[in-house]
Design a protein. Structure first.
Lengths: 270, 276
């Protein structure tokens, strides 16, 4: 198990448009720590760099400045200590659900029947053991995302990074998966960083919500839901839910500066 | 509620019409099309001076005569050998070359231009040179076929690699896969539809190249039959290898299509015509 820290992360992209080179500063100086076993949500206006921050944390993108530590150790590039769940699952369409989960395991050096067994146990965890032999296009959006979660969990990373994982799903699948994610978290105690623009999702899932803006950490909102009860309805009815949601709403409105939003949407495409 | 009922009814109707419906199978349409074309050729081809043209039944008679004289099968075997050698070589070289050029920027900048230029190379003009280098035997013929077929394979593979979504490559990278593993297990399967398209295009190119080679090097094989019968103004006999090769290429294409559907069932799930 491990915590993850972003230390002084900055990221600029060079973009060439109409023959002119422009430098876009997505992240300026972003620093935050996520404790072992904690769930942290990254929120902020579109283009605030939350997806870029997550990709840098994974190692898919190199920061212009600053560094990442996992479990107090500096890391560079991708590693099996972190697992990422993409917005659109990104399963390999030519592989079955099980083979997709096994792909990650094989990259970690686990092969053959050992990989097969582990893959099946994680498909079981996300409730998909009956669909193990189906290919992604034979699965619904929610099921694909479950396979994506199983694939990331199977390599047993300390930190789970999630990039708007339920954003493309319908409301019911989304709620179902949020509840399942909390159940999985209760079982595995993974450290989770989740990027979301959904206020309810951030409050339901996260222990702390980090509001980004202008490439920096603007505000931190502590969520203190009565977690011993994991029923989604009870959580939503709790006064702490309404309170945290309202504080997040206020924070997002304070930090939506029109200058940052205009021009480019760095989220998603980079 | 009423609205949702309506939409589900519409969906249900569409589903029955496409899954149960009395759709004419593809092979029936193709057979009908070919039969009509052959029939028209037969009817109108008879009015043409036999030196300037021919028609199916005359070609068939010439085919039987060629078979009986023992000329056809050795010639076909001869041609098929050269064709297969050159074609397989072009696939074996073209696919890895395209993968590398498509994947690595430096290789693309360094070698891409040769591939583009090579595709437009006027090969016929270079055949005499190739003969000087390689003689008149098998090797020059294989070289001509290879040079004609390798570029469409390579270019299609290259384009296919460039079309692979970066998000799929990110999956490999996030699991710390090596470049070689990403190339083999992600790029290659993701580019496979393009690669197969290139391999199919190359069949036609290879057949044309084979005939060119048989015309301009040692006259042999099916190309030899074509040129000899053309010189004797025996147009019907000349058409025998022409029609045979076209049919052969169609057969090879159908075979690759079959392999494609067997080995890439996911492709039919992702793309294709609606209801197909």
């Amino acid at each position: 198990m491990a915590g993850i820290s972003l230390v002084g992360i900055g990221k600029t992209f060079a973009q060439r448009s109409k023959g002119r080179d422009t430098v876009i500063k997505v992240l300026d100086d972003l620093t935050f720590d996520v404790a072992d076993g904690e769930i942290v949500a990254l929120c902020g206006p579109s283009g605030c760099g939350k997806t870029t921050a997550l990709r840098i944390a994974m190692g898919l993108e190199a920061p212009t400045k600053g560094h990442i530590t996992v479990d107090q150790r500096r890391v560079k590039g991708c590693g099996h200590d972190r697992g990422i769940i993409f917005q659109h699952a990104e399963l390999l369409p030519w592989l079955t659900a099980k083979a997709n989960v096994m792909f990650g395991l094989e990259m970690k050096g686990i092969r053959g029947s050992a990989a097969s067994d582990v893959a099946m146990s994680y498909l079981d965890l996300v409730g998909l053991s009956a669909s193990a032999e189906r290919r992604p296009h034979q699965l619904s959006g929610g099921m694909r995302q479950r396979v994506g979660i199983a694939r990331a969990l199977a390599i047993d990373p300390g930190v789970l990074l999630m990039d708007e994982p339920f954003g493309a799903l319908d409301a019911q699948s989304r709620e179902g998966l949020q509840t399942e994610l909390l159940a999985i978290h209760a079982k595995t105690r993974k450290t989770i960083v989740i990027v979301t623009h959904d206020l309810d999702e951030a409050v339901i899932l996260a222990d702390r919500i980090l509001v980004l803006g202008e490439g920096r950490l603007q505000e931190v909102i502590d969520v203190r839901l009565p977690r011993q009860n994991r029923d989604s309805g009870t959580l939503r009815a709790a006064p702490e839910f309404t309170d945290a949601r309202f504080r997040l709403w206020q924070a997002l409105h304070r930090n939506t500066s029109p200058i940052m939003v205009s021009g480019n949407s760095t989220d998603g495409i980079v | 509620m009423a609205l949702s009922n309506m939409t589900s009814d519409v969906e249900a109707i569409e589903e029955t019409s496409s899954s149960v419906g009395k759709r004419v199978p593809n092979w029936v349409i193709t057979t009908a099309s070919v039969s009509i074309a052959v029939a028209l050729w037969e009817i109108f081809g008879r009015d043409v001076n036999p030196i300037f043209g021919s028609y199916p039944s005359a070609i068939f008679v010439a085919f039987v005569k060629l078979l009986k004289s023992g000329q056809f099968l050795p010639a076909a075997r001869d041609s098929a050998e050269t064709l297969c050698l050159g074609y397989i070589l072009s696939v074996i070289v073209g696919i890895p070359l395209g993968l590398l050029i498509g994947r690595f920027r430096v290789l693309e900048a360094a070698f891409g231009i040769y591939v583009v230029a090579g595709y437009a190379m006027p090969l016929v003009a270079l055949v005499p040179l190739l003969v000087l280098w390689l003689g008149l035997g098998l090797s020059v013929k294989v070289a001509v076929i290879f040079l004609m077929a390798v570029f469409p394979v390579c270019i299609n593979t290259w384009v296919g690699v460039r079309a692979v979504p970066r998000s799929l490559v990110d999956v490999g990278r996030s699991f710390v896969a090596s470049d070689a593993v990403i190339l083999r297990r992600i790029i290659f399967p993701a580019a496979l539809p393009y690669i197969v398209a290139g391999v199919r295009l190359a069949i036609g190119k290879a057949v044309v190249a084979m005939i060119i080679a048989e015309f301009f090097t040692a006259i042999s094989g099916l190309g030899g039959i074509i040129i000899n019968s053309a010189n004797n103004f025996d147009t019907a006999t000349m058409f025998v290898p022409v029609v045979f090769l076209m049919a052969f290429a169609c057969g090879l294409d159908a075979l690759i299509g079959l392999i494609e559907r067997r080995c890439m069932p996911w492709q039919a799930e992702i793309g294709g015509r609606e209801g197909a």
